[in-house]
Design a protein around this ligand. Structure first.
Ligand code: 6PG
Length: 476
């Protein structure tokens, strides 16, 4: 019997994907650069399903039925290219190579084009959900050709997470679309985590809650509209008391690390000209947290005392923070979905935004009840310019805005940094403004560089002769 799919790269993510496939009744060929990992997998988990271990590239390729489907799960960058080069010469037209790592979508586009020339399908696929998701049901975001999805789709849908019976896997779009969408997923993940962290900081700094008390607040929120994996694990982390007897969150160094996908999202956001300020602030907040010498130098800078709130303000504070978190989260997701839209336009992908929200409902790190509303919003209007104008969100943010503003005012008064909340509100106010001071910026540009401006009342480009006393205007 031959294998319907093969996995090469059997570190924990690859191993768990292979086991997930086997547990669903698919025969899986296994390959790893060092043989030991392959042997260990078969020894430890061989009884979970049908595995065909292979100890050379040729053996691996021979073990697969056609069209051959090879999932590569190795480090992004050079190692991925090396593995592609190892297998591509052994494959035949119509075979499919899948890169399930966190590759940059531009690399995926390059690889897809090169392999297409050689008659092979290359599918860059986002896989979210960490080790646990890979084993028990991840959210899967495959790009590549429609044709490749015909054979690959059923397998991936089978092993993906399910929500209300729907698989958390769909064909995202051509070439790099899957990795692009996974990248934005991670950017949103950063923004969401930052907003939750700010909420914790506010509950502690402004309301004087202990970490355990904040955990209870998050647990309560997790029974409402904020219900999500990230809120759930936040409560778990905050509840945890370290062996030293201190709250876990107090013994961890407060420098957030990053592997790079959030940074990519921001870089591409800049290239596409999409204001994804929530994601950018989240990346910058991690960078600031990790700037040790800078923070040490700034430690004595003046600021207000963090006097905890009292009376009525204290009583409603947790609810106010919930509103601020919800509204800021809507902004972060609205920005992320706009980035996907912009990417789709730039690269010619036909991406169904509602389907993206739908496959993020389960398996992935940002899985949340809230995504149902995003799917519904795009079902109602696939051309929705921003989630903020969709019926349900418009109303919820309108209802939240007083609390949102008041929480940010409190943060400013007490000197508690809330870059995520603040930038989200600034974006909201910027979008809804009748007039922006950008008109003045245009005037400045025209003054020093004759960069010209457009008028509200006439067509065309104009330049004012700023150096003349008369300041005459000329059409440009
Ligand atoms: C996922 C995660 C996963 C990983 C990220 C975040 O969807 O399963 O996003 O891809 O946890 O790489 O890592 P950093 O926070 O280190 O950037």
């Amino acid at each position: 019997k031959k294998a319907s799919i093969g996995v090469t790269g059997l570190a924990v993510m690859g191993r768990n994907l292979a086991r997930n496939l086997a547990r669903h009744g698919h025969t899986v060929a296994l390959h790893n650069r060092s043989e030991a990992r392959t042997r260990t997998l078969v020894e430890q988990f061989g009884d979970e399903g049908d595995f065909i271990p292979a100890y050379s590239a040729q053996e691996f390729v021979n073990a697969l039925e056609r069209p051959r489907q090879i999932v590569i799960m190795v480090q992004a960058g050079g190692p991925t290219d090396a593995v592609i080069e190892e297998f591509a010469p052994l494959l035949e037209p119509g075979d499919v190579i899948v890169d399930a790592g966190n590759a940059h979508f531009a690399d995926t586009r390059r690889r897809e084009a090169a392999l297409r020339e050689r008659g092979l399908h290359f599918v860059g696929t986002g896989v979210s959900g960490g080790e646990e998701g890979a084993l028990n049901g991840p959210s899967i975001m495959p790009g590549g050709s429609k044709e490749s999805y015909e054979s690959l789709g059923p397998l991936f849908e089978d092993i993906s997470a399910k929500v209300d019976g729907d698989p958390c896997c769909t064909h995202i779009g051509a070439d790099g679309a899957g990795h692009f969408v996974k990248m934005v997923h991670n950017g949103i993940e950063y923004a969401d985590m930052q907003l939750i962290a700010e909420s914790f900081d506010l509950l502690r700094g402004a309301a004087g809650y202990s970490p355990a008390e904040t955990a209870d607040v998050f647990s309560t929120w997790n029974t409402g509209r904020l219900e999500s994996y990230l809120i759930e694990i936040t409560a778990e982390v905050l509840k945890h008391v370290d062996g030293s007897g201190k709250p876990f969150v107090d013994i961890v160094e407060d420098a957030a690390e990053q592997k790079g996908t959030g940074r990519w999202t921001v870089q591409i956001g800049l290239d596409l000209g999409v204001p994804i300020s929530g994601i950018a602030e989240a990346v910058f907040a991690r960078s600031l947290s990790g700037s040790k010498p800078l923070r040490a130098a700034a430690r004595g800078l003046a600021g207000p005392a963090r006097t905890p709130l009292k009376g009525a303000a204290l009583e409603t504070f947790a609810d106010d923070v919930e509103q601020a978190l919800y509204a800021s989260k809507v902004v972060a997701y609205a920005q992320g979905f706009n980035q996907i839209q912009a990417g789709a336009t730039e690269y010619g992908w036909d991406i169904d935004l509602g389907a993206v929200a739908s496959i993020w409902r389960g398996g992935c790190i940002i899985r949340a009840k809230f995504l149902n509303d995003i799917t519904a919003a795009y079902a109602e209007d696939p051309a929705l310019p921003t989630l903020l104008t969709a019926g349900a969100f418009r109303k919820a943010v309108e209802d939240a805005q007083d609390s949102w503003r008041s929480v940010i005012s409190t943060a400013v008064q007490l000197g508690i940094p809330t870059p995520g909340f603040s930038t989200a509100l600034a974006y909201y106010d910027g979008l809804r403004a009748d007039r922006l001071p950008a008109a003045l910026v245009q005037g400045q540009r025209d003054f020093f560089g004759a960069h010209t401006y457009r008028r509200v009342d006439r067509e065309g480009s104009f330049h004012t002769l700023w150096a003349t006393d008369s300041r005459d205007e000329v059409g440009a």
